[in-house]
Design a protein around this ligand. Structure first.
Ligand SMILES: [Zn+2]
Length: 171
């Protein structure tokens, strides 16, 4: 089966009316803001997106995506692979006034007058929002171990080279 690519720009209003669902992928080469935010994109972005009206009649895009990126570990500065899996529910609006009327659970996304929407941009925004602000390895995989209480003890046991030198000078 050929891999379906997610359409880049869509007629969002029309897709809501036909209750369109996409199970598709986005090549990360095109997601320049994401590429700038991470060290590397390690996997294609897989999306499952549905255009619909919710029970209150709001135009909604809901869906999920998964991918994998590598980022700099903020503890050891090595690279760490970060799996990204997230779910979103967005309310499509034409202006700020409509955005204010959305229920809190729906994050507003503004569509252009003709109903067009930059779908890749929307997904890229959601991926950027789901990146960890302080990426780190798991503790047992990090090159810098958490400070251990034994460290000081071993330092005390080890002879101080200056003390040794002082003793030599006294002889
Ligand atoms: Zn680390």
């Amino acid at each position: 089966m050929a891999e379906a690519r997610l359409p880049k720009r869509v007629d969002a209003v029309k897709l809501v009316e036909v209750n369109q669902r996409f199970q598709a992928k986005i090549d990360t080469e095109s997601l320049t803001r994401l590429r700038e935010a991470v060290e590397d994109c390690e996997a294609i972005v897989e999306c499952d997106i549905e255009f619909m009206r919710d029970q209150e009649g709001h135009r909604v895009i809901q869906g999920s995506f998964s991918t994998r990126v590598s980022m700099v570990c903020q503890r050891c500065l090595g690279l760490v692979a970060i799996p990204i899996n997230s779910h979103f529910e967005l309310g499509l609006v034409f202006d700020d006034e409509q955005a204010k009327q959305l229920p809190r659970r729906l994050e507003p996304v503004e569509i252009e007058f003709e109903g067009l929407l930059d779908l890749w941009g929307v997904i890229e925004d959601e991926i950027l929002l789901s990146l960890p602000s302080f990426p780190t390895h798991a503790v047992n995989e990090c090159h810098i171990k958490q400070p251990e209480p034994e460290t000081n003890n071993t330092d005390i046991k080890r002879p101080n080279p200056f003390d040794v030198l002082a003793k030599l000078k006294q002889k």
